[in-house]
Write a protein that binds this ligand. Structure first.
Ligand code: GRF
Length: 188
């Protein structure tokens, strides 16, 4: 079994896609063993409860430094034997402690065709730019914002002017791509 850990700060629709992928077998021989969340009350925690996934909720302000809270997270992941870390709407840059201990095993999903439109508002930024082919990227994580070698991408063509419709299309593409990509990565 490949043991996955998902980091999220918000709604957790990607968390759910991954958990459901493990449950259904679309991601073969894998399970989500931990959901790490830096926001008490985030909706992802309800989704985790529904899937019976253990959660690690923490308040970064209660720690002296990023290294301190990342040490706590990495210790927990060590104890659970985590093989792959999937960032899914975790709104923080990964720091040295996690990169030193889990480097090469951390991947992130971004709702744009990187290296275009990095940052927290990738969809809105691309929309404002007048993009006609949007997309989703999954990449290895390094110390930079949405940097790191690209693993997979999918294009989402859209020429309309309804950003909510666009967002729904991009999120659906994310969920599919994350499931497919994790399924490939676990065989590497
Ligand atoms: C996704 O669009 C992801 O690409 C971005 O944050 C969003 C998280 O959505 N990094 P959700 O919490 O998985 O619904």
């Amino acid at each position: 079994m490949t043991r996955l850990c998902v980091f999220a700060s918000g709604s957790g629709s990607n968390f759910e896609a991954i958990a459901e992928g493990c449950r259904s077998g679309a991601i073969a021989d894998s399970e989500v063993v931990l959901c790490v969340c830096d926001k008490a009350g985030a909706y992802v925690l309800e989704r985790a409860a529904r899937y019976g996934v253990e959660t690690l909720v923490f308040n970064p302000k209660e720690y002296g430094s990023k290294r301190d809270f990342e040490k706590m997270i990495a210790d927990k992941m060590d104890s659970l034997g985590v093989d792959l870390v999937c960032l899914a709407g975790y709104m923080r840059i990964i720091g040295d402690e996690l990169l030193e201990r889990y480097g090469g095993k951390i991947v992130n999903i971004h709702p744009a065709l990187l290296p275009a439109f990095p940052g927290a508002h990738g969809i809105q930024d691309a929309f404002n730019y007048g993009v006609k082919v949007y997309g989703v990227t999954i990449h290895y994580v390094d110390a930079t914002l949405d940097g790191g070698k690209i693993i997979s991408q999918v294009a989402v063509p859209y020429e309309g002017d309804d950003i909510e419709e666009l967002e729904a299309m991009i999120h659906a593409a994310e969920h599919k791509l994350y499931v497919e990509t994790i399924n490939k990565l676990r065989n590497r």
